[in-house]
Design a protein around this ligand. Structure first.
Ligand SMILES: *Cc1c(COP(=O)(O)O)cnc(C)c1O
Length: 255
């Protein structure tokens, strides 16, 4: 079983990186003239559950993962460690990666939200899975419609490949989520196109989010902004940031 690690050099490393990221969020929020500070989701993919527990001890509650196999194992280990101590309870797990429909059953058991809903077959799979396998204490599954911004002006030809639904599918997908018991529409999510200024893409996402809110007033979320572009995302109204490497350090080799 995993024990909650004693505070160590790695804890201090995480503490200072986390403080630096919070400082950037504070400054960007002030620069944008916003009084609603975005939520930070710390993306812990490829890092061991011990780091999740260190982060929990530092006050982090929201963590993001992009692969079910890794996420489910860490969620179980963290829950077991929390049960055995009083330091690492109430973590909220957010699923942020490409999700195969056959993993829906597993994801609904631990995830607070899925940020990467990109097709109607996945909405159906999540709905069925939530009806049968969702623990009641997790509440409805918050679903974000992931938008493909690779076609937005300013994106280079090959800004694609970062996932998400075509712009024309955002409202139909939100309608499908809203019509499914056990799922709620949280908002829109996107990853900025690679290698270009993220501003035009995040500006476009803000307009897409406004259109979505007109149809689904409770869908107020904008999940955007990673280590490299969180300032731009905050300037364009991001409500949830997904930050990995600037908190945890460079990711270890894929394993
Ligand atoms: C890995 C990942 C992140 C975090 O990226 P960093 O550049 O490490 O901050 C955010 N969103 C998604 C969808 C990811 O896969």
């Amino acid at each position: 079983m995993t024990d909650v690690p004693e505070a160590d050099a790695r804890t201090e490393d995480l503490r200072s990186r986390l403080a630096a990221v919070h400082g950037r969020i504070d400054r960007a929020t002030a620069d944008a003239g916003r009084d609603d500070r975005p939520e930070l989701i710390v993306v812990t993919k490829f890092f061991p559950v011990e780091d999740v527990l260190r982060l929990a001890a530092l006050g982090v509650r929201d963590v993001g993962e992009n692969r079910d196999q890794e996420a489910s194992a860490k969620a179980d280990a963290a829950a077991a460690a929390a049960a055995a101590s009083n330091t690492a309870g109430d973590l909220r797990w957010h699923f942020i990666g490409q999700l195969q429909s056959n993993k829906a059953r597993s994801v609904v058991r631990y995830a607070r939200s899925v940020h990467s809903v990109d097709r109607s077959s996945l909405v159906r799979a999540l709905g069925r899975a939530a009806a049968e396998h969702r623990p009641a204490d997790l509440g409805p599954l918050a679903c974000w419609v992931q938008v493909d911004l690779s076609s937005v002006a300013g994106a280079a030809g090959d800004g694609g490949g970062r996932g998400g639904a075509d712009l024309s599918q955002v409202l139909p997908l939100a309608d499908a989520i809203a019509a499914t018991d056990g799922l709620t529409v949280a908002g829109v999510m996107a990853v900025a196109p690679l290698g270009v200024d993220p501003d035009p893409a995040f500006a476009r996402l803000a307009r897409i989010a406004a259109d979505l809110r007109a149809a689904h007033p409770s869908a107020t979320g904008i999940s955007a902004g990673m280590s490299a572009d969180l300032e731009s995302a905050i300037a364009h109204g991001a409500t949830h940031l997904r930050v990995g490497s600037d908190v945890l350090g460079p990711r270890p080799a894929v394993g």
